[in-house]
Design a protein around this ligand. Structure first.
Ligand code: M6R
Length: 616
């Protein structure tokens, strides 16, 4: 839940660290700090509770001597509240050594007792400071930072990315990772470390992904990667597929606004290169035909919005492949002894590729012999590296905490996977598959149409509703997970109570919540393609309207049946049923953003949340 950046080279490091941190702030934003080995040879450090801007202002007012070796951190608190003292870096060895950390060191209490018994003292409540003090002790013993670091990481339990530097060793930053991300950026006469490539993409797009339980030592002219035993290991180079501008806000009022506007591109880029002669062929899955021919069950695991994408995808995946599909929250999945066999395919979905619950569920599934495919948006992330195969979503960097463009890209990737598997298994007639491909390829233009036609309208009534205390969302079939997604988005950025329900469930309880004026969004299925369901949802609308609900319907163009009962109608273009969710979700994303903005809230960095949940 924290962002980490490291630099060694020949340029002053503070600006590089601060700009890296600004791109990583989505990972945590309750405190930030930097440490630099100044040109005078001494280690200087500054850290402040609050957003990065507080640290920036402090450094501007009271400059820290600059130098060419430094580390920086942006925090989402786990051990100890967001205070100056608990912020990172943590210092040890007479303040000559600085350490930053992402993750949780589970055996920190035991290590702390050991150090306290030896007379060491602590200035914070964090687990990180324990690692720093331990590293200081080991450095004193060996006189070599890399050796000391190796000794320390071998003693730590839990999940961690750690970076350290010592004023006795300018031009060296060491890092290690276990169940937490760390990537290397390769420059000319300079090198970088980061929680993800956003930390250094403005300086280099050449990167190395380091593996689980590995240690890296970067110097201006070299990068050495070993395992925790000190043996050299192979590292995987890759080129970052997007540039620094993609991770900038540009002229947009927020990253979320920019990312919603990029929903058409997220879908188009995810499809690109995966359709050949009207059929879906995913190049990354070539050579894995036996795997897909051998499975008899699919389990989709994910958390939050990614899990809702899984719920949408389930309908098509099951219908097109004729393989039974379950969708489970990753954190529930592995604590209930699920039935997994070598014929089970576990499909994980994660924008960040670092969500700890999802990662642990993937590992669990693999250990029990299941096959694993990861749908992921982040190159070099941990979950794809732990999976048998990867299907990347090409949504580009998603910075706002609320996931938007990644959601539509995840559904797209699931549909591509379903069509790829259906082709291999012959479970879908070629003409039907070709029609679905055609429908999918039409989605980007249709999303663009929704943005064009509905953005101003939705923003306007979101403003009118700024003092609303509760909003309900109803949907059915593929519209049900869209109702859940609409409610989650509203909760997380506008702090308004919101619930999504399956419309068919209404009379089994939720209708008791309807009182005069209660706003209810209803996702209405197409009357052309799903006449039966359409009729039922229209009846639901009448039922809530009769009890005074304020009804906002999301319905396809030309659907007149909803008009007599709707206070607001949001139109989406005609599409086949499986593709409606990719359109219906767009006004819900705009609504959440519009309402949060009307309340004066920061839509990119909502309270209590971080972009990727890297602790369980
Ligand atoms: O990075 P992931 O896709 O694994 O993240 C999963 C959830 O934490 C994420 O979708 C979360 O629910 C979002 N903040 C929702 O907008």
């Amino acid at each position: 839940m924290c962002g980490i950046v490291g630099y060694v080279g020949s340029r002053p490091s503070q600006g590089i660290l601060l700009s890296g941190l600004s791109r990583l702030e989505y990972r945590g934003y309750d405190s930030a700090g930097v440490a630099v080995i100044g040109d005078d040879g001494t280690l200087g450090m500054r850290k402040r509770a609050g957003k990065l801007a507080v640290l920036r202002d402090d450094l501007a007012a009271h400059p820290l001597a600059d130098g060419t070796t430094g580390i920086g951190h942006t925090r989402w608190a786990t051990h100890g509240g967001p205070t100056d003292a608990n912020a990172h870096p943590h210092l040890a060895d007479d303040d000559k050594l600085a350490v930053i950390h992402n993750g949780i060191i589970e055996n920190f209490a035991e290590l702390k007792d050991e150090l306290l018994a030896e007379g060491y003292t602590f200035r914070s409540e964090t687990d990180t400071e324990v690692a720093a003090v331990l590293l200081g002790r080991e450095y004193r013993a060996s006189g070599d930072l890399v050796t000391a670091f190796r000794t320390v990481v071998a003693r730590l339990e839990g999940a961690f990315t750690l970076l350290a530097m010592h004023e006795d060793a300018p031009g060296l930053v060491v890092g290690a990772r276990r169940n937490s991300p760390l990537v290397i950026g390769l420059g000319e006469g300079e090198n970088f470390l980061g929680s993800d490539v956003a930390a250094f993409v403005e300086h280099t797009r050449n990167a190395l992904a380091i593996g689980q339980d590995e240690i890296v030592a970067i110097r201006p002219g070299s990068v050495e990667v070993t395992n925790f035993d000190g043996e050299d290991v192979e590292v995987e180079p890759f080129e970052v597929v997007w540039d620094a501008a993609a991770a900038e806000k540009g002229g947009w009022s927020s990253f979320m606004a920019k990312e919603v506007s990029e929903e058409p591109d997220a879908v188009a880029n995810t499809i690109r290169g995966r359709v050949r002669d009207g059929a879906v062929v995913i190049p990354e899955l070539e050579g894995l035909d036996e795997l897909f021919l051998g499975i008899d069950r699919i389990v989709v695991i994910a958390c939050g919005t990614a899990a809702y994408a899984g719920q949408v995808g389930k309908y098509a995946l099951e219908q097109w492949t004729r393989i039974p599909v379950d969708v489970e929250l990753a954190h529930e999945f592995r604590y209930r002894d699920p039935v997994l066999t070598p014929r089970t395919l576990v499909v994980s979905i994660s924008q960040s590729g670092e969500t700890m619950d999802t990662l642990m569920a993937v590992k669990y599934a693999r250990e029990r012999g299941a096959k694993t495919v990861s749908i992921c948006n982040t190159q070099g992330a941990t979950i794809p590296r732990e999976s048998d195969a990867i299907v990347y979503t090409h949504a580009g960097p998603e910075v706002a905490v609320a996931s938007t463009k990644a959601f539509v890209a995840q559904i797209t990737a699931l549909y591509l996977l379903a069509l790829h598997v259906a082709r291999l298994r012959g479970s879908l007639a070629a003409e039907v598959a070709a029609e679905q491909v055609h429908e999918l390829e039409a989605v980007p233009a249709k999303i663009a149409q929704v943005l064009e036609a509905e953005q101003a309208h939705v923003e306007q009534f979101a403003r009118w509703m700024a003092d609303t205390h509760s909003v309900l969302f109803l949907g059915r079939h593929v519209g049900y997970p869209i109702a859940l997604e609409g409610a989650l988005k509203l909760k997380e950025i506008s702090y308004i109570h919101a619930e999504g329900f399956a419309a068919g469930e209404l009379k089994h309880g939720p209708i008791a919540l309807i009182e005069p004026g209660q706003p209810v969004f209803v996702i209405v299925p197409s009357p052309r393609e799903s006449a039966e369901l359409h009729k039922k949802v229209v009846s639901n609308i009448q039922e809530i309207r009769a009890r005074g609900a304020r009804v906002i319907v999301v319905a396809e163009e030309g659907d007149a049946a909803v008009l007599p009962f709707a206070d607001e109608v949001l139109r989406i273009p005609l599409a086949a049923p499986f593709f409606e969710p990719l359109l219906a979700v767009v006004p819900l994303h705009i609504f959440a953003m519009g309402l949060a903005t009307a309340k004066g809230l920061d839509v990119d960095q909502p309270r209590n949340l971080a972009k990727s949940v890297t602790v369980e």
